[in-house]
Design a protein around this ligand. Structure first.
Ligand code: HEM
Length: 260
């Protein structure tokens, strides 16, 4: 398939001529923002390479689960920004800031609900996407690194769920965090250090909430965004795998071609 080359790239723009006062000024062409950006970043060749890349025959809806996970993450990021505008990460005000958001703020309950249920949706989608790549053998050479990045993304997504659960600061979140962190503490070697780090001390204290908040909205989302970037870079670079039941046919065709 012939990839269309954007006009801005195929024909570099000359700087517009200026009038010098002696004669009528040459009319300046309307500014083409996309072309301007493109000349300076080369972004369109990256975008056309990504959007018009070849996808093997036989791909189906199961191949959209990665994109669906990406969409779920985007929804979490956008709704999370709105929640952060009203949330106060202090042990005395966290619960009341959440009840205020839920009961008094326009669409507050709706956005909170999207964020809460979206978290479960993202976990389900990530597992389904992982199952698809595993069952169809997409983790094999040369995509092992993308599998490892994927496993790290799965762990980080679960950390998001764990740290987010404390933020409403009600009885349920307090006890769930206490149980979860006690389980962390029983882990070999790093377990006790990890529990101390998460609590911000030897036990649940005043700093625990702010620690969970900063991990939940700064540290882990930053890591997830960076890793999604690396994950998608490898997807574009290595291409999508064909379903395994099409492989033998393809290799027979290649063998035939070689025999000719
Ligand atoms: C935040 C989480 C994740 C996002 C946003 C994401 C996104 C994507 C997208 C958009 C694709 C290309 C489309 C597709 O094949 O579905 C993809 C491919 C892939 N993903 Fe993920 N993914 C995530 C987590 C994971 C996990 C947990 C694993 C496995 C442990 C994984 C392993 C792979 C592999 C091996 C491919 C290449 C598939 C192929 O070439 O056919 N990903 N991912």
């Amino acid at each position: 398939m012939k990839v269309p080359v954007p006009r801005a790239l195929s024909k570099p723009q000359k700087p517009a001529e200026q009038g010098n006062g002696a004669g009528p000024a040459v009319k300046e062409a309307p500014a083409d923002l996309v072309g301007w950006l493109d000349e300076r970043t080369g972004g369109s060749s990256f975008l056309t390479g990504m959007l018009f890349r070849k996808v093997p025959k036989g791909t189906n809806w199961l191949y959209t689960l990665g994109s669906a996970t990406l969409f779920a993450f985007t929804v979490q990021a956008v709704t999370g920004v709105f929640l952060a505008m009203f949330y106060t990460p202090s042990p005395t005000q966290a619960y009341s800031s959440i009840t205020h958001l839920t009961n008094d703020v326009f669409l507050g309950e709706f956005v909170r609900g999207m964020h809460k249920w979206g978290a479960s949706v993202m976990i389900i989608l990530i597992f389904l996407h992982m199952a698809r790549t595993f069952i169809l053998g997409a983790y094999k050479y040369p995509r092992e690194l993308n599998w490892v990045i994927g496993v790290t993304l799965l762990i980080l997504t679960m950390i998001m769920g764990f740290t987010g659960y404390l933020l409403p600061f009600d009885q349920r979140s307090f006890w769930a965090t206490t149980v979860g962190n006690n389980i962390n503490g029983t882990g070999p070697f790093i377990g006790p250090y990890l529990a101390d780090f998460l609590y911000g001390g030897p036990e649940f204290g005043a700093t625990t909430l702010s620690r969970f908040y900063s991990i939940h909205m700064l540290l882990v989302p930053g890591l997830i965004i960076a890793l999604i970037g690396a994950h998608l870079f490898l997807v574009v670079k290595l291409g999508t795998t064909a379903p395994p039941w099409l492989e033998p046919k393809r290799s027979r065709a290649i063998i035939k071609e070689e025999e000719l």
